[in-house]
Design a protein around this ligand. Sequence first.
Ligand code: 16G
Ligand code: ZN
Length: 487
Amino acid sequence: LTQIASLLKSSDLFPLPQSLKLSYGTAGFRGDATLLASTVYRVGILSSLRSLKLKPSTIGLMITASHNKVSDNGVKVSDPSGGMLSQEWEPFADQIANASSPQKLVSLIKEFVEREEISIGDGEGEVWLARDTRPSGEALLRAAEIGVSSVSGCVAVDLGVKLVLDGANGVGGEKMDELLRGYLSNLDIEIRNTGRDGGVLNESVGADFVQKENVAPLGFGVNDVGVRCVSFDGDADRLVYFYVSSGEKIELLDGDKILSLFALFVKEQLNVLDNGCCRLGVVQTAYANGASTDYLNGLGLDVVFAKTGVKHLHEKAAEFDVGIYFEANGHGTILFSEDYVSLLVDKRKGLSEGSDEYNAVSRLVAVSKLINQAVGDAISGLLLVEVVLRHMGWSVQKWNELYKDLPSRQVKVEVPDRTAAVTTREETEALRPLGIQDAINGEIRKYKRGRAFIRPSGTEDVVRVYAEASTQEDADSLADSVAQLVK
Ligand code: 16G
Ligand code: ZN
């Protein structure tokens, strides 16, 4: 009886919107986020019942509308296996989601509990809640929580939208930990590879490893599928994001993708200001994936190329009012000229607080303060990525869809004298040994979307070869044949 009273009371908080007709589709219930509170609350109840039915077991309740637009949301349930809710329960999900009144809802639940012989009261149920970054997620998560705990003996565990950091067993994990304890206690970041548990600096961990090998670092794997992850390098001046897509495979969001996200965000603010008298430029190196350059050009941006190494990119970026630079390997930052920041601050004085223009100016000024303009560093880069994702309401998967990387391959060739290889300023073409560029061009022409270059390493005694093409096979074979030319 108390159980019925509690259900009647909580369901009063979530009236069914008129004309809503839902069905538990391929991936649960989906719809306009403003209409979904009652649905999510009711799915919370269902999840608790499922947990009690299969006890002892934990049920997952996920709030997301995946690739759909940000104003949509959805809710789906996972069984203890990790797979989708058993289809046998879908008709019940439909019935309760569409129950027109609290009384109707309670009688459907009562009937179902009796038929399924679920014993309420004497058992414990547990439901894990998670959501993506959609702005509507938080309120819907609260609704789910109320639904779960309105079934007696059941508890909801909020897993939040967690970020997991790979500290490369270096200095970055330590510093991030200090920051989280001291200043950023509201950020939910789990840190692995801190170096405290005996891991070796940069060994099968860290940004360089993840970016070059295109695999998850040690300590990350199948249990992290879909989770937003970020790797620093050992001295925490590089960052790359990734997520485990399935098994051992990862999707890498490298420096080019971080650059693209930042460029898009800055551009969006400048558009509100009718470009705000700003000369915005982006700087890449020859290593930038061709698909990223196409994307940036498509945004109407001025893309310039610099020689490999932060000092070279930095110099070029400093020529703009706002200059964004990133190497594919994750080094980079955003530079704002002092004059331009003063102009923004002055402009803001004449704007009414809360207007679109005022907000756009404020965001740009805030970015100029958050990001490390001295040389860039992984922590400030991480904070800006997180802020921009939250602003966009994007998951890491959604961000990854900005463009699809062309397959690429890097190899290094050991040579007696690497200084024999001399390139143009931007390293896209080889000037010496004489004739080698013609031979490279000959190879490139054999492949669709082929591109390749060689350059002497600045840090070890090798000549590096980079190749990309429309398929991985082609990129590999182009890299190999160019490497043969170098030998
Ligand atoms: C250094 C550079 C990095 C560059 C890499 C290239 C800084 C802080 N670091 O690590 O930007 O990508 O060298 O190495 O500038 P490589 O010349 O051996 O290919
Ligand atoms: Zn570094």
